[in-house]
Design a protein around this ligand. Structure first.
Ligand code: ADP
Ligand code: RBF
Ligand code: MG
Length: 190
């Protein structure tokens, strides 16, 4: 069960991410358990964990970092990227639909729901107009927020996830953490 008491509001030193981060994984967005949007109001893009070298040793819990997604060129959320933006993918990758967003994610068994299989699900900190199932997604994880807990109610779970969202935003706003957006892995390279 979740321990009582206040939570840290920011994670990691101002100087930037520390070992073992960044941890990277990529895959096509697949269907999950069907409760992210419906039950929690917090959609999570699920990506398969099979074949991710470090996943078995990784602690279960909540992580944050950057997500690159290749949206179909017809996707309504493909907002124009300022051409001079130093944090955008290279121009040819932008033309292919790649965009980079902050993200918060869970890796584990969702103790509140008692899942039997380990999952990796990413909540992208951006409002999308439609789904992007089947899209290629590349993740660079820069920090660990907390373990997964069981909760007394779905409302208590939602409250903690909303805190995770705020903590992730605040942590990633710092200059040394913004640098993580320049990782070529995030637009499908390597
Ligand atoms: P599922 O159980 O199939 O994962 P969800 O209710 O968790 O269903 O919804 C996830 C889907 O919603 C993602 O696969 C993606 O296509 C879409 N989606 C829309 N906005 C977001 C967002 N901000 N973060 C993650 N997924 C999003
Ligand atoms: N599920 C849990 O059972 N316990 C948790 O502590 C928990 N924390 C989460 C934190 C974040 C940031 C996200 C995106 C999800 C978390 N989940 C947790 C998973 C949640 O139960 C899951 O996304 C939905 O059930 C949809 O699959
Ligand atoms: Mg999901």
């Amino acid at each position: 069960m979740r321990p009582d008491g206040p939570r840290p509001t920011i994670i990691g030193p101002d100087s930037g991410p520390e070992a073992p981060f960044p941890l990277r994984m990529k895959g096509k967005v697949v269907s999950g358990f069907g409760r992210g949007s419906k039950e929690l109001g917090i959609p999570t893009a699920n990506i398969p964990v099979e074949g991710v070298s470090w996943i078995d040793e990784a602690e279960s819990g909540v992580y944050f970092g950057w997500a690159g997604i290749q949206l179909p060129t017809s996707h309504p959320s493909l907002s124009p990227v300022p051409p001079s933006s130093s944090t955008a993918p290279p121009e040819d990758k932008v033309a292919e639909g790649w965009r980079i967003y902050p993200m918060v994610m869970s890796i584990g068994y969702n103790p509140f729901y008692k899942n039997k299989v380990r999952s990796a699900e990413v909540h992208v900190l951006h409002k999308f107009e439609t789904d992007f199932y089947g899209s290629e997604m590349a993740i660079s994880i820069l920090g660990y927020i907390r373990p997964e807990y069981d909760y007394v109610s779905v409302e208590a779970l939602i409250e903690d996830i909303n805190t995770d969202i705020e903590v992730s935003k605040r942590s990633l706003e710092r200059e040394a953490w913004q640098k993580g957006r320049e990782d070529r892995y995030l637009w499908g390279e390597e």
